[in-house]
Design a protein around this ligand. Structure first.
Ligand SMILES: C[C@H](O)[C@@H](O)[C@@H](O)[C@H](O)C(=O)O
Ligand SMILES: [Mg+2]
Length: 445
């Protein structure tokens, strides 16, 4: 009888029409349709065990990621779960180093997003098989086994496996207390949902006032398209939230390096904690210049949602280019690569504040940051996890927020499973939601 051989991989293009109401809009992405390349792994386990994984996209192009997932399937189908996890580092490397596929990466772009979707499904499978939520699977894992999931290639000049081992060993001290504390109080979050760029001022005000009533104290505002608009919106939000609450800004890569410094200097009176993605995500030295220039104003630089891989994070840390590391559960090569970044951030003493603005990202990334606190960073200082209030109703195990904090999930797995009905209805273009939208558009034009 089978024990967990992966017998099939199915991937679909699931899109939610968020652009209709400007949810998720920013200075570079004015009309995102929050979408996912959604992977389902079938196994021959007698209990019908399945693994679910996704990567986040903005609508168009999801079909390209779906294609890349199918290209990776050959490495996954017919593999035994036990075989994968007994050499997870080797399996990660097999996926990322396919002698032909790596040419269209390596470890970046579409093929890496596809890798994330596939590996996220494997981690979901593993956690389900153990009957634990993913964060707990990680927390209970022996440091040596955790390390065996990480590919240290290209980062040993910044973090060796031995150093990582010491970090994890040190993380064992006080671990039980931290776990209890999180189970009681949750992990602190901030909200981005009040101030997407496409929201009119009235909506922004209403959402801020609702969020304040719900106990939110940390707010992120989209900026970067028009300075006068930014000044008006930041003033409005600062007035709404008062002097004590925390404000962050996000420009989504809109500016040149010098322009970023000048623009943010003009917004300094609103006392933002950070400016996120001020310029190209590939410009490590540019981020370092911006960080240095804004430090005297008390404004940090945050980035990560479009950092290709651990190598870029390594260089950002080495170059003192950022004050907040924004890991992403679906951009990096799943838990495996995220673990390496959490450990590097710990070594460089830079807080991790994960990115979660997208569909399913809150569901996934909560597991990583809960693990980070319990087993790696051991600190909540200057740390918080992003939250956006969209599309949770489509997930079987949606995030739970209490007192503006993530409540640690209890259900086994990576919280990545969508409701079957949602995945079907929102499938692009054949799902009924899109069939209706497309026929309405055809009628208008
Ligand atoms: C297009 C997306 O909504 C982005 O604007 C979003 O991920 C954002 O950068 C964020 O930090 O949440
Ligand atoms: Mg952002």
């Amino acid at each position: 009888m089978g024990r967990g051989r992966i017998t099939g991989l199915a991937v679909s293009d699931v899109r939610f029409p968020t652009s209709l109401a400007h949810h998720g809009s920013d200075a570079m992405h004015p009309d995102p349709d929050y979408s996912a390349a959604y992977v389902v792994l079938e196994t021959d386990a007698p209990d019908g065990l399945k693994g679910y994984g996704l990567t986040f996209t903005l609508g168009k192009g999801t079909e390209v990621v779906v294609c890349a997932v199918n290209a990776l399937a050959v490495h996954v189908v017919n593999k035994d779960l036990d075989e994968i996890i007994s050499d997870f580092r080797g399996f990660y490397r097999q996926l990322t180093s396919d002698g032909q596929l790596r040419w269209i990466g390596p470890e970046k772009g579409v093929v890496h997003l596809a890798t994330a979707a596939v590996l996220n499904a494997i981690w979901d499978l593993w956690a389900k098989k153990e009957g634990k939520p993913l964060w707990k699977l990680l927390v209970d894992m022996d440091p040596k086994q955790l390390l065996s999931c990480i590919d240290f290639r290209y980062i040993t000049d910044a973090l060796t496996e031995e150093e990582a081992y010491i970090i994890l060993q040190n993380g064992l001290v006080g671990k039980t207390e931290r776990e209890e504390q999180l189970l009681k109080h949750g992990y602190p979050a901030y909200t981005t949902s009040c101030a997407w760029l496409g929201y009119p001022d009235q909506q922004l005000k209403q959402l801020c006032s609702d969020a304040l009533k719900d106990g939110w104290t940390r707010f992120k505002v989209k900026v970067g398209a028009d300075l006068q608009d930014d000044i008006r919106r930041c003033k409005l939000v600062r007035e709404m939230i008062g002097p004590e609450n925390i404000l962050m800004l996000d420009a989504n890569q809109r500016w040149e390096v010098e322009e970023a410094i000048e623009w943010v200097t003009k917004l300094a009176e609103f006392r933002p904690l950070w400016i996120e993605e001020p310029t190209s995500p590939d410009d490590i030295l540019g981020h370092a210049t911006i960080s240095k220039a804004l430090a005297p104003l008390g404004i940090g630089v945050a980035t990560g949602e479009q950092c290709h891989n651990r190598v870029i994070f390594k260089q950002l840390l080495q170059a003192k280019a950022l004050s907040y590391v924004q890991v992403d559960s679906c951009r990096l090569g799943s838990v495996n690569e995220n673990l390496s970044v959490l450990l590097m951030a710990k070594k460089f003493q830079i807080p991790v504040c994960p990115h979660a603005g997208g569909v399913g990202l809150c569901e996934l990334v909560q597991h990583l940051i809960i693990f980070d606190y319990i087993s790696v960073s051991g600190s909540l200082d200057n740390r918080m996890c992003e939250y956006v209030d969209h599309l949770h109703e489509h997930f079987k195990y949606p995030v739970v927020i209490r007192n503006a904090s993530y409540v640690p999930p209890k259900a086994p797995g990576y919280s990545s499973e969508m409701k079957e009905d949602s995945a079907r209805r929102y499938q692009f273009p054949q799902g009924e939601v899109w069939q209706k939208l497309l026929s309405d558009t055809a009628k208008i034009s």
